[in-house]
Design a protein around this ligand. Structure first.
Ligand code: FAD
Length: 306
């Protein structure tokens, strides 16, 4: 029986596990893929105190740090369901059943993709998903933002302060962003908004993005814009499907937590991108993981002795 079982091996999960092990708790980590989204990241310039690193390098450091403690890391295991009786019972897709007194859920999220030719090939080479992370790489250049919801229009306003020009491509005939954001975007001289634009292809020169093709849905005409960066802002999907009916989820599927990282179920804590915490970043996920772990420790301390 684990004192604390962490589900997820990204920055939030790794941090939670280290904090738990340092309290002398019997700690396990079950993760589909250790490293999480960080493993897919090229350059990282906002992990404070480390001016530049790369995803795989940070994942290796995370793994090294975790394995300095007696943490049972079960990688390559996807959790399918969670049940509660006297203990929490976690079942993986491979059929293994793990028991724990407390849980930290840190299963992260994934950016919704455009699914057009070139997107995968140029991911990290001009195709980006996080303006806070990659905006400065496009200083003085032209970029597009795909999506006219709140995150798309926020990204456009944010990027317009850094880059030369932003074109927003919105699929439908109206923007879903809040009115105040739309007004702000329209007031900025270096933002253009194109409606009814269906992105069809990311164009590049083999090394990096050089443009984007889209179809005008009103007349099926093809267009191409020359640019250096494409920020895809069509949704961040939390990995929480297996948690429906287990803990309270927000309408967007994020695990609802309080300021201590506690979920709607005593003994279950959550951290990082899968939760309602605003701003999905590595440094935030690590802080949240530490917080959830300390809260779980507090909970365990108060369990009746057996
Ligand atoms: P994740 O990193 O998503 O980790 C989730 C973990 O849970 C993984 O181990 C996964 O395998 C596991 N998991 C999921 N479901 C299950 C399940 N059912 N059972 C078991 N395990 C499961 N942030 C920055 O701060 N700076 C950057 O420069 C930056 N660049 C980015 C670039 C890209 C391309 C992407 C995609 C993201 C970037 N981010 C960046 C965001 C950052 O990576 C995330 O905010 C951070 O990784 C979130 O950490 P997390 O631990 O909450 O989740």
């Amino acid at each position: 029986v684990f004192d604390m079982l962490v589900v997820g091996g990204g920055p939030a999960g790794a941090s939670a596990a280290i904090y738990s092990a340092r309290k002398g708790l019997n700690t396990g980590v079950v993760a589909e893929r250790f490293g999480g989204q960080v493993a897919d990241t090229v350059g990282i310039e906002n992990f404070i105190s480390v001016p530049y690193t790369e995803g795989p390098k940070l994942v290796a450091s995370l793994e090294q740090h975790v394995t300095e403690y007696p943490v049972d890391v079960m990688a390559g295991q996807k959790v399918k369901s969670i049940e509660q009786s006297e203990l929490f019972s976690i079942t993986t897709e491979s059929g293994a059943v793990l028991k724990a007194k407390s849980l930290v859920l840190a299963t992260g999220a994934r950016w919704r993709k455009m699914n057009v030719p070139g997107e995968q090939e140029y991911s990290g080479k001009g195709v980006a998903y996080c303006p806070h992370c990659d905006g400065p790489l496009f200083k003085g250049k032209k970029v597009a933002v795909i999506g006219g919801g709140n995150s798309g229009i926020e990204a456009a306003i944010d990027l317009a302060n850094i880059v030369e020009h932003v074109t927003v491509l919105e699929f439908s005939d109206q923007l879903r962003a809040d009115e105040v954001l739309q007004r702000k975007a329209r007031s900025m001289s270096n933002i253009d908004i194109i409606m009814q634009a269906q992105t069809t292809e990311v164009v590049g020169d083999g090394k990096s993005v050089t443009g984007i093709k889209y179809m005008d849905r009103t007349n099926n005409a093809e267009h191409q814009i020359e640019l250096a960066g494409i920020f895809v802002q069509i949704g961040l999907v939390p990995n929480s499907d297996f948690l429906k009916g287990v803990v309270e989820l927000s309408p967007r599927g994020e695990i609802v937590i309080d300021e201590r990282g506690e979920t709607s179920v005593p003994g279950i804590y959550a951290a990082g991108d899968v939760t309602t915490v605003p701003y999905k970043q590595i440094i935030i996920a690590m802080g949240e993981g530490a917080k959830a772990s300390l809260s779980a420790f507090d909970y365990l301390m108060r369990l009746e002795p057996k």
